[in-house]
Ligand binder design. Structure first.
Ligand SMILES: Cc1cc2nc3c(=O)[nH]c(=O)nc-3n(C[C@H](O)[C@H](O)[C@H](O)COP(=O)(O)OP(=O)(O)OC[C@H]3O[C@@H](n4cnc5c(N)ncnc54)[C@H](O)[C@@H]3O)c2cc1C
Length: 330
């Protein structure tokens, strides 16, 4: 019987995106009358247990070697696991490896690949994927004409499903990945790792983000944004212009070539609202903007807008919020 397969790659942290991935695989399997098999390359117990209570079967894929995982080794393991599982649909997350692996896996399985899914359904016997295009201004519905179809999902676009009453059996598969039987294996190699000093929550998981752009004029005003963010429990983000100028770390960039975020509140300060930036905040629940230019595009994409110089707003707002917090704590 064909299966819907969810793939959890090595190094993936347990978060809402993982819950959403397993939830969507379960929903698609039910809709198509198929079984949901979770393929986990993760050594995380939390992920294994969650997968077991949200699927029909878990295949825990492990390598005999203690490998520094590369896309090639993941691809080899997923290829071998999926090929043995009669996939009709294979779902991956939004992380960099998944985005890289999806088309390669689709090709290896003799199927197709679709990226950035926000909704999956079936039209008769055909799998269809909905994804937003043109910076969220339109939705494209893409149909898979060749199966299996490998789809990577937009992070946090999908919600979890309730836990199943009985946990699925977990089978462990071991793979020897020494390169002998796989010409592509270790075609690339990590030669250096630089750890970002990442304090706080990942931007993708942040509930609130205060983001700054070129309008701030330099690195110093980002300290003001940091203070405001600390008071409201938000993370700091930035536009590409601010990151490219070296005012803040590149890892803070939000947008098409940065992070895709989905906070409850996104406050854009001195950001014009270019389509590439808006692509990263399409899933934000509430967008607020502060900008001196009343014609800035960001004002057409926010629920709350203030036409003003940020210098008149950020400092006094932070002070007022600190006062309110201390009063409410008394
Ligand atoms: C392929 C490609 C990918 C890209 N990917 C991304 C991406 O991932 N993320 C991204 O952000 N951009 C991306 N860009 C760049 C994008 O097109 C814009 O250039 C960029 O977003 C502009 O950043 P900004 O809004 O900070 O700067 P600007 O467009 O220069 O806007 C600055 C704003 O600040 C306002 N301002 C000025 N002074 C003040 C003040 N004192 N107080 C308040 N407001 C003030 C101005 O009115 C203006 O609206 C990409 C571009 C390309 C071509």
């Amino acid at each position: 019987m064909p299966n819907v397969i969810s793939c959890l790659l090595p190094g993936v942290d347990f978060d809402r995106a993982v819950e959403g991935l397993l939830g969507e695989a379960d929903r698609v399997a039910k809709q198509l009358g198929l079984r949901h098999v979770a393929v986990t390359c993760s050594s995380s117990d939390v992920i294994q247990q969650y997968a077991a209570s949200h699927s029909d079967r878990v295949v825990s894929v492990q390598s005999h070697d203690d490998l520094d995982y590369q896309p090639e080794s993941c691809l080899a393991m997923l290829d071998a696991a999926c090929a043995a599982l009669e996939p009709r649909v294979v779902l991956l997350g939004q992380d960099t490896y998944s985005q890289e692996l999806a088309p390669r896996l689709g090709y290896r399985l003799g199927g197709s690949s679709i990226g950035d899914a926000q909704q999956i359904d079936a039209d008769g016997d055909r799998i269809r994927v909905h994804r937003s295009v043109y910076g969220g201004k339109a939705t494209a519905v893409v149909q898979a004409n060749v199966e299996p179809v490998v789809i990577w999902l937009r992070a946090r676009a999908f919600s979890p499903e309730p836990e199943r009453p009985n946990a699925a059996p977990v089978e462990t598969e071991h793979f020897d990945l020494d390169g002998s039987g796989n010409a592509n294996f270790q075609a690339t190699q990590i030669v250096q790792r630089q750890h970002e000093s990442a304090a706080g929550v990942r931007l993708e998981d942040a509930q609130a983000i205060v983001s700054g752009g070129r309008g701030l004029g330099g690195p110093e005003p980002f300290d003001e944004l940091r203070k405001l963010a600390a008071v409201i429990g938000a993370e700091l983000g930035a536009s590409r212009a601010a990151c490219d100028s070296g005012w803040v770390a590149p890892g803070l960039q939000v947008g098409q070539t940065g992070k895709k975020v989905a906070p409850e509140l996104y406050l854009a300060v001195g950001i014009s609202g270019a389509s590439q930036h808006l692509m990263g905040i399409a899933d934000a629940k509430v967008v607020a903007a502060i900008n001196t230019d009343a014609e800035a595009p960001i004002f057409r994409h926010c629920q709350f807008g203030l036409v003003d110089d940020y210098r008149n707003v950020i400092g006094p707002l932070t002070e007022r919020l600190v006062d309110l917090k201390s009063t409410s704590n008394e």
